[in-house]
Design a protein. Structure first.
Length: 345
């Protein structure tokens, strides 16, 4: 079969011919419907050799959905043809966090990594999932459309959920960055906390137009005017929740300016910026956190929201042969929502 693999540090990935994997005990072979292309992949491919604990080559794609193709010995609960989405953070399954589904915070130091992030992922005709506990039924959702739910939606959902108690009537939440993650965060916020005033900030007018269509109450071009307007909206108090979906130096600086006392400043984006923290900035008792991905129960919640029609990703589809083009477009900021690779058109 063909696979889009990361072969050499600081080089683009490429198509290679690899064997179709065979599932071992407890494992599942999945026919891939869709595999999302994520900025995390770009960070990995652009990293210098030795900076990541990965052995090359491996197949990219950590945002995956498809159909069960074959069950390994002892694997139960699914049947060939079942549409499923793959939970991405593969933990040990035995530590305290994993036992409650929070494998994104596995306590065991492990050498293996999630599929697409050090192990073979979904940008191939087939991928092996190491356990059925990482599969969530999709029902009538199309796996090609559902693939971004496993990261873009789950990461946004997890980041929002921890702050819901702050988002009552009269509250304000600001989403900095209205790309794929930001668009999902806006939809999740509208589904879970419609009482809050929702402000989207971005440098691209087209993405701000999309944010408005998805439910943002205001959409502001990044800069001093946006800071001033947010201060006006919040009567000088700042936002109850600021979600930085970018993580760049400029966005983190803005986040610190518009957060409020006792609020939450949540860093979701993987940009290279750093947030200086001292007695006066961010404001007093403003909680700063950098959540990672989400839990298995939260992915089940995300699938339920999608089945109810409350969240939906804007998707641009690419066949496997054009995966490199998808990453170039992602790098250049030309993808409005999410690029999804479809190895089995």
């Amino acid at each position: 079969m063909k696979a889009f693999q990361f072969v050499e540090w600081q080089k683009p990935g490429g198509i290679r011919e690899v064997p179709v994997p065979d599932p071992g005990p407890g494992q599942v072979l999945m026919k891939v419907g869709g595999a999302g292309a994520c900025h995390s992949d770009l960070h990995i491919m652009e990293a210098p050799a030795g900076s990541k604990p990965f052995q090359l080559p491996f197949t990219l794609g950590h945002e995956n959905a498809g159909w069960v193709e074959k069950l390994g010995p002892g694997a139960t609960g699914f049947a060939p043809g079942d549409p499923v989405i793959v939970y991405g953070p593969w933990g040990c399954g035995s530590c305290a966090n994993c036992r409650v589904g929070m494998e994104n915070y596995c306590e065991t130091l492990r050498n293996d990594r999630p599929g697409g992030l050090g192990r073979d992922g979904g940008m191939a005709n087939y991928m092996v999932v190491p356990s059925t506990r990482f599969l969530i039924p999709l029902g009538d959702l199309d796996p090609r459309e559902a693939a971004p739910l496993s990261d873009a939606a789950l990461t946004s959902y997890h980041a929002v959920k921890r702050s819901l108690h702050l988002l009552g009537p009269g509250s304000t939440v600001v989403v900095i960055g209205a790309g794929g993650l930001g668009q999902m965060a806006i939809q999740v916020l509208k589904a879970l906390s419609a009482a809050a005033t929702l402000v989207a900030v971005d440098t691209a007018p087209a993405k701000l137009d999309t944010a408005k269509k998805m439910g943002a109450d205001e959409a502001l071009l990044s800069g001093h005017d946006a800071v001033r307007r947010i201060r006006e909206i919040t009567r000088g108090q700042g936002a109850n929740l600021v979600l930085d979906m970018v993580g760049a130096k400029t966005t983190l600086q803005m986040a610190a300016q518009i957060a409020r006392r006792l609020g939450h400043l949540t860093i979701v984006g993987l940009g290279p910026g750093a947030l200086p923290v001292n007695f006066t900035s961010p404001p007093q008792e403003c909680s700063v956190a950098s959540p990672y991905w989400g839990s298995i129960p939260e992915l089940m919640d995300v699938v339920n929201l999608a089945q109810a029609g409350k969240i939906r990703m804007l998707i641009e589809y690419f066949p496997l042969e054009r995966a490199g083009e998808a990453y170039r477009s992602l790098h250049d900021g030309k993808i409005q929502g999410r690029a999804v690779i479809t190895p089995n058109d």
